[in-house]
Design a protein around this ligand. Structure first.
Ligand code: HEC
Length: 240
């Protein structure tokens, strides 16, 4: 690949590096939004993923989803743990006095008693309404996320794969590394669905393994291509 025109090497390298950084961002997002909050509730990676897509065994609630997602930055980690624990324990009236001050200081500023478009969080009765069970990511959400991912990621892998296909690695390595990401997308997204409808634990493993294989294949494509473009010894036409 060192023989490619300089402008192509510069373009390909910039693209690959940006994709690599983007992937790391995606991992960070995944960690902060999905994994860390479950960790804080004392759940492992697999249990966290299965909860996310399947709903938790004892029923995940709107308030848990909000605190692990869009509302995560509205509350301190310690307070969130207290609230999540309270919800986990059944969101009882008996435990409410302990969490009421947290809602009052962190949430009621926006979630006021007369709030219209968002649920009020100013009394036990109001909070209780968002503390009822939820069954994981909804069908509509899954379909939305799936198709965005399928279209978006398949184009990304088309481009990284097309660049990598120019490399001078053995042909089976090239074929393997351009196909693996597509297989793992199918595995990964397929298992989101299966995690929802079938045994959650098994398919949560598939999500993790599929995601890991995808990351490794992408990293290999990027690093090998960059290495060949800039570091590998120059080859003359006769030595190809
Ligand atoms: C800065 C204003 C603000 C603060 C503070 C805030 N929220 Fe929210 N909250 C919103 C808005 C706006 C929405 C609706 C938009 C969205 O879903 O992202 C929302 C949505 C929610 C929802 C989901 C409602 C639904 O129907 O999906 C829950 C539950 C929730 N918040 C809980 C909380 C809790 C608990 C706190 C305190 C730790 C809190 N919020 C703090 C503004 C706020």
């Amino acid at each position: 690949m060192r023989n490619l025109p300089m402008a192509f090497r510069a373009l390909f390298s910039s693209f690959l590096i940006l994709i690599g950084v983007g992937y790391l961002m995606a991992l960070t997002y995944m960690y902060v939004v999905v994994i860390q909050p479950h960790r804080q509730m004392g759940e492992g990676l697999v249990a966290g993923i299965s909860d996310q897509y399947h709903g938790s065994a004892n029923g995940k609630t709107l308030i848990e989803s909000a605190l692990m997602g869009p509302m995560a930055d509205k509350i301190s980690v310690a307070d969130r743990t207290i609230v999540l624990q309270w919800v986990h324990d059944g969101a009882t009236a008996g435990g409410y006095p302990q969490v009421a001050p947290i809602f009052a200081t962190d949430c009621a500023g926006c979630h006021m008693a007369d709030a219209q478009s968002i649920p009020p969080l100013t009394s036990f009765g109001a909070v209780q309404k968002v503390a009822r069970a939820d069954t994981g990511t909804s069908l509509a959400d899954l379909a939305e996320v799936s198709h965005i991912h399928l279209f978006g990621i398949s184009i990304i892998f088309l481009l990284t794969g097309a660049i990598f296909a120019l490399s001078e690695t053995p042909i089976w390595v090239r074929v393997f590394l351009v196909v693996v990401p597509y297989l793992t997308i199918l595995m990964d997204i397929g298992s989101w669905w299966f995690t929802k409808y079938l045994d959650p634990a098994f398919f949560a493993y598939v999500v993790v393994v599929g995601g890991a294989c995808m990351g490794l294949a992408l990293a290999a494509q990027i690093l090998i291509a960059l290495w060949e473009m800039w570091m590998a010894p120059l080859r003359t036409a006769s030595s190809r």
